[in-house]
Ligand binder design. Structure first.
Ligand code: ZN
Length: 256
């Protein structure tokens, strides 16, 4: 199996419709904790409780008391070299779609134009009762102004939820169908920083392989698809992806 950044660069250079799929491993290099990893926050707090739609509905002040600081944590970090390299691949016309499990908005900040955010996003708030949508800044301002820390809808008074999908909630249907369409069109899928254990993204590589596409994986941990991929990289995503861009530059500069 090929396992160097140069191998990945060659695969991408020959791709007709490359699609990138990213998970928490990309964001951890910016300093955002992976909630599922050992030592992660979910070992100290029950995710099914604090991250659930039922807590949001029944105990909104507890929900927002936990979640409000997480917004500040995301604001204090920057996109890393992996985010920037993936945006660069899109600028060069190599990557046609980006699917991400991450909710932090770092791909957008790095320059990716329209990431498919299958677990939602922190970037807006919405009222579950009347459907009113507000900007993230407005949502946080209302949270900070409220006595109980809960942002509320000005139309109907119900509490505002961020655009992040909670436990017990449906995934956003439009994002899921876009993700499946992207996998369907992909001749190459590059997975970065996801261990491919969480549905629905865990099914996307199967779709790509099923129609004869090629899989490349850059993730520290093992994945169920390690035996099926054409290129398998380990190590830091930022370092490896920077080397992929450098190798693509060399391919482009090669005479003939
Ligand atoms: Zn409302």
């Amino acid at each position: 199996m090929a396992n160097s950044p140069e191998d990945l660069a060659a695969l991408l250079a020959g791709a007709r419709h490359a699609v990138v799929l990213t998970g928490a491993g990309v964001s951890t290099e910016s300093g955002i904790p992976d909630f599922r990893s050992p030592g992660g926050i979910w070992e100290r707090v029950d995710p099914m409780e604090i991250g659930s739609i039922s807590t949001f509905l029944s105990n909104p002040d507890r929900f927002w008391g936990f979640h409000r600081p997480r917004f500040a944590a995301v604001d204090s970090v920057e996109p890393n070299a992996a985010h920037l390299a993936i945006a660069e691949l899109e600028r060069r016309g190599i990557v046609k779609a980006l699917i991400t499990q991450n909710i932090d908005g770092l791909h957008r900040r790095a320059g990716s134009t329209d990431p498919i955010e299958v677990h939602g996003t922190l970037d807006f708030g919405e009222c579950l009762r009347c459907g009113a949508r507000i900007s993230r800044d407005e949502m946080l301002a209302r949270a900070d102004d409220a006595d109980d820390g809960v942002p509320r809808c000005t139309q109907c008074g119900f509490q505002i939820k961020s655009g992040v999908v909670l436990f017990g909630e449906q995934l956003p249907a439009d994002s899921i169908s876009r993700a499946f369409a992207a996998a369907d069109a992909a001749d190459v899928m590059l997975v970065v920083g996801s261990s491919l254990l969480v549905t629905p993204v865990s099914t996307l590589p199967d779709m790509v392989l099923g129609h004869g596409g090629t899989l490349a994986i850059l993730t520290e941990s093992e994945t169920p698809y390690d035996a099926d991929c054409t290129v398998r990289l380990h190590g830091k995503a930022g370092v490896q992806m920077s080397e992929v861009i450098a190798a693509l530059d060399e391919i482009a500069d090669r005479p003939g």
